[in-house]
Design a protein around this ligand. Structure first.
Ligand code: N01
Length: 514
């Protein structure tokens, strides 16, 4: 089954709500908009199907490190999960099936790239320029993902390499790795899933490790027939699994945000994982992290360390000096020739490329607004100076311990509450008061000070160039949900007036309408 729709249908000129992205965020939003009666919407996505990151990351071994039962929409349980941790094809198939069954796909347009979003103050509308034409929208909801733009490393000579090079999120399946000499740069969440798979195929594998990750055992197993039957015929059993997993994961929060020493048992397990997987003491030392567990995302794998222990796999810890047409040279002068390089170096997380193309009031881009202080938003969702713009998985909404789908659903509920209040109060625009946004972010950053992400002695993609953590949520997920349970109009600047593009400028009021 595939949720691709033909592109023959032209884009509408005008919609009430435009949603950018058809991953978990965009699809969930579309389903909930429809359910709530806000049917005048359009979802655009540059890809060919729904799925977002689960469509794009097809590298060998791609799987989720959040348990299947929790990594799904609460409103669309999947009784058919085959294992406790799902692989990418199963998650992608789940999203495609959910999309097909939801009946909203007629408002999705695939293969459409958003080039520019500009706020028109005169008509209180977003002008959304795509490669298939311009759409006018009263409201824009972005669900384009925090991990969607591959980041290539700034290594001298990368362009000069004559062999095959590809990023983990843009896997070249046409290239056969069998019997080749291959290098994998990076040892993050993607790499540790790729390395065991690639090690099985290649003649030689060099793994370039800049910083060792903490890797815990992966408690993955196929579901037993009796469990699968129970999920299918006794839905409360599946609900109980989900609830148990959810609360189990919330118990990790204090170790991240209050006292990192609470993670001592996790560290013990991770060290045992190294001992179990690697026989060579020197290699064990090389892969043992020197910072606190939790500072970077904690990874899970049972086959990463055994793969590194194989004779035809070399872990290279000397920094990369340059890439030549035939291989990689490290700072100690060693040159290693390879046929292919897999770049598993992560994503643009704190300088989202789309931010350059979102122009709010007075033509100021989101990138400009974020230049000085880094990414900020009110409740991770709305941004002062950008009326009627809602961002799903915005600043400080990320998680290291639980499911992003829970966060996404919380944000969708907040946005629906906003749309309902805009309707009942006859509001033309809403945008957070600058002081509301500032105080939200001051509170987030104050809480961040004692988290292991800021104090654990590592550099990570959680932190921006100023050392500020603008990506993660420093509290429990149930707190996030409760804070976003109702659209707090008193924290917003609103305008009123008829919704009509010929209506002229709206009456701008400093007061809220609550
Ligand atoms: O990227 P990363 P990722 N020279 O940024 C190294 C999610 N995810 O794609 O640690 C040499 O984590 C870099 O080194 P260092 C998950 O949220 C989820 O692996 O910066 N090395 C690091 O080792 C995850 O956190 C799943 O010193 C360079 C690696 O590249 C996020 O995606 C699966 C380098 C990048 O690691 C990103 O994971 C996969 C350079 N110039 C991903 N530049 C699930 O299971 C960077 N590196 C749900």
């Amino acid at each position: 089954m595939t949720s691709t729709r033909p592109q023959a249908t032209p884009l509408p000129e005008r919609v009430r709500t435009l949603v950018v992205g058809a991953g978990f965020a965009g699809l969930g939003t579309a389903i909930k908009l429809e359910e709530s009666g806000f049917s005048d919407f359009l979802v655009v996505d540059k890809g060919a199907t729904v799925g977002g990151t689960w469509r794009d990351n097809t590298y060998p071994g791609a799987a989720c490190d959040v348990p299947s039962q929790l990594y799904s929409f609460s409103f669309a349980p999947n009784a058919g999960w085959s294992r406790s941790f799902s692989a990418q094809p199963e998650i992608h198939a789940y999203l495609e099936r959910t999309a097909e069954q939801s009946g909203v796909l007629d408002r999705f347009r695939f293969g459409v790239t958003v080039e520019d979003l500009a706020w028109d103050e005169e008509d209180s509308l977003w002008h959304v320029t795509t490669d298939h034409g311009v759409v006018l929208a009263d409201i824009v909801i972005t669900g384009s993902g925090g991990l969607s733009e591959p980041k290539l490393p700034a290594i001298v000579g990368l362009d000069s390499f004559r062999g095959e090079v590809f990023h983990s999120a843009r896997w070249n399946h046409a290239y056969d790795l069998s019997g080749k000499r291959v290098a994998v740069i990076g040892t993050g969440a993607s790499s540790i899933q790729i390395v065991p798979e690639v090690a099985r195929q290649v003649a030689h594998l060099d793994v370039y490790q800049r910083t060792a990750p903490w890797v815990m055992p992966r408690k993955d197993r196929p579901y037993r027939a009796v469990e699968r039957l129970a999920f299918r015929f006794l839905p409360f059993v599946q609900k109980a699994y989900r609830t148990g997993i959810y609360w189990g994961r919330e118990c990790f929060v204090p170790a991240f945000v209050v006292n990192p020493h609470l993670a001592a048992p996790a560290k013990k397990l991770a060290l045992k994982n190294i001992e179990r997987g690697i026989s060579d003491p020197e290699l064990r030392a090389a892969v043992t992290p020197d910072y606190q567990i939790g500072c970077k995302r904690i990874l899970i794998s049972n086959d990463y360390y055994p793969a590194l222990d194989k004779d035809h796999v070399t872990v290279v810890t000397d920094g990369i000096a340059e890439i030549t047409p035939t291989g990689i040279v490290t700072q100690d002068g060693a040159a290693r020739e390879v046929d292919a390089i897999v770049v598993a170096t992560g994503f643009h997380t704190t300088e989202l490329p789309l931010a350059e193309h979102i122009k709010g009031r007075d033509g100021r881009t989101l990138a400009d607004a974020w230049r000085e202080e880094g990414m900020t938003a009110y409740k991770g969702t709305t941004i002062s100076g950008f009326p009627n713009l809602f961002q799903i998985v915005g600043p400080n909404t990320g998680l290291g311990h639980s499911s992003m789908v829970f966060i996404i659903e919380s944000q969708i509920a907040y946005i629906l509450s906003a749309l309902q209040k805009m309707g009942s109060h006859e509001l033309l625009t809403v945008e957070p008061k600058p002081e509301a946004q500032q105080s939200w972010n001051m509170d987030v950053q104050r809480r961040m000070q004692r988290t292991v992400w800021n104090t654990g002695g590592c550099a990570s993609w959680y932190l921006d160039d100023h050392g500020r953590n603008t990506t993660l949520w420093p509290r429990t997920t149930f707190k996030f949900r409760s804070l976003l349970s109702d659209f707090d109009l008193d924290q917003y600047v609103v305008t009123t007036g008829p919704r009509n593009i010929t209506s002229g400028p709206a009456t701008r009021t400093k007061e809220n309408a609550a």
